[in-house]
Design a protein around this ligand. Structure first.
Ligand SMILES: NC(=O)c1ccc[n+]([C@@H]2O[C@H](COP(=O)([O-])OP(=O)(O)OC[C@H]3O[C@@H](n4cnc5c(N)ncnc54)[C@H](OP(=O)(O)O)[C@@H]3O)[C@@H](O)[C@H]2O)c1
Length: 335
């Protein structure tokens, strides 16, 4: 395997981005408290290191994540960055999750608020966070297509949708990329979704490449998880499942140490090795973690390495689903 180029074109029609993107969610939500000063420093360090793709959602901290990105981009050239924004997840003032709304009116309203928070006049990639079961995908894509025509959005993306929805969406308007979980222990997309995306010329922005920290090599059995931390509800982080999954990590550690790299770097490099149409989004929220993640771009996995990784963590090796049952139900990609 050769080292990947520093930049990647997302699908046939998408923008050219850095080979690794920065996912900003954990800076505002879902993984317990984050340090705002360190978050901004991490964002700026990523931009300085050549990362151009920033992924966010309007519901990450109910606008907080977009405001943070706006702060980090002060004094930068907007044209040097691609901002990917998810919308549709509805939330209450107590941070509760109220379902999804990707109707045309909600889509356009959400974009209007996003543009104000980011103080920008366009979004590079705009995508519904989930398929809204009450709205045909053609209507959601049609609404974003209106925003593309009006110049407010450059590209349309999707998130966690299955092959049929991909086809229907792509028939309505060209789609740049599908954002979907992809890691050594989350490979269900390989059966149908990934081949369909490739057939349609749709790129992949892969999230959860470290399985939300589980595969990072830094997670321990005794780590305290806060009441609002996603990982407190994730089946893979519970009891015997966690013990089993951390044993997989130790098997990976042996391979990483033999190569003189870290577990996280092997996990990220493995996702990157799945194809040049795949851009891993890493969820670093501290500069040290970012530096480690960026180091993965210099890791070349030989066929012998890939074979060893496959033996250590074969497909389906994880204990526990990637989401709790209630959230799995929202994944069109898993139906
Ligand atoms: N489309 C969707 O449905 C969806 C869903 C989830 C996420 N996303 C997007 O994808 C992005 C990435 O997802 P994710 O945050 O779940 O993925 P991840 O990269 O698998 O996990 C990130 C977490 O791993 C831990 N970590 C340990 N070492 C790290 C290292 N070297 N680099 C980065 N993280 C390290 C950090 O936890 P600690 O800081 O607690 O140690 C960090 O918060 C999100 O920020 C979001 O933009 C999309």
């Amino acid at each position: 395997m050769t080292t990947r180029p520093a930049r990647t074109k997302l699908g046939t029609i998408g923008p050219t981005t850095s080979a690794l993107g920065l996912g900003c969610m954990g800076m505002s939500d879902l993984y317990g408290p984050a340090d705002e000063t360190e978050s901004i420093a991490t964002l700026r360090a990523a931009l300085d290191a050549g990362v151009t793709l920033l992924d966010t959602g309007d519901f990450y901290g109910m606008g907080h994540n977009e405001l943070l990105i706006h702060d980090a981009l002060r004094g930068r050239d907007r044209a040097d960055v691609q901002i990917s924004v998810k919308f549709g997840a509805q939330r209450g003032p107590d941070s509760s999750w109220l379902g999804y709304d990707a109707s045309p009116a909600a889509t356009k309203t959400a974009l209007a608020y996003t543009l104000r928070r980011l103080r920008t006049d366009y979004i590079d990639i705009y995508r519904p966070a989930r398929l809204d079961p009450n709205v045909p995908i053609e209507e959601t894509v049609g609404a974003i297509a209106d925003l593309v025509k009006a110049g407010y959005v450059r590209h349309i993306g999707l998130s966690e949708v299955g092959a049929d929805t991909l086809r229907r969406a792509a028939a309505a308007h060209p789609i740049s990329d599908l954002q979907i979980e992809y890691s050594l222990i989350s490979r269900s997309l390989e059966h149908e979704v990934l081949p369909t995306a490739r057939e349609l010329g749709i790129g992949i922005t892969a999230y959860g490449v470290l399985s939300r920290g589980l595969l990072s090599g830094h997670w321990t059995n005794d780590r305290a998880i806060g009441a609002t931390d996603f990982r407190g509800f994730s089946p893979r982080f519970q009891g015997d499942n966690l013990t089993h999954n951390l044993n997989l990590v130790e098997a990976l550690r042996t391979i990483a140490e033999a190569k003189g790299v870290s577990v996280a770097q092997v996990a990220i490099a493995w996702v990157a090795s799945r194809g040049e149409d795949i851009v891993p989004l890493v969820g670093a929220r501290r500069r040290d973690r970012l530096a480690e993640a960026l180091g993965a771009l210099d890791v070349t996995l030989t066929q012998a390495d890939l074979d060893a990784i496959e033996a250590a963590v074969p497909a389906g090796a994880a204990a526990g689903d990637r989401y709790a049952a209630a959230q799995m139900a929202h994944l069109d990609s898993e139906h």
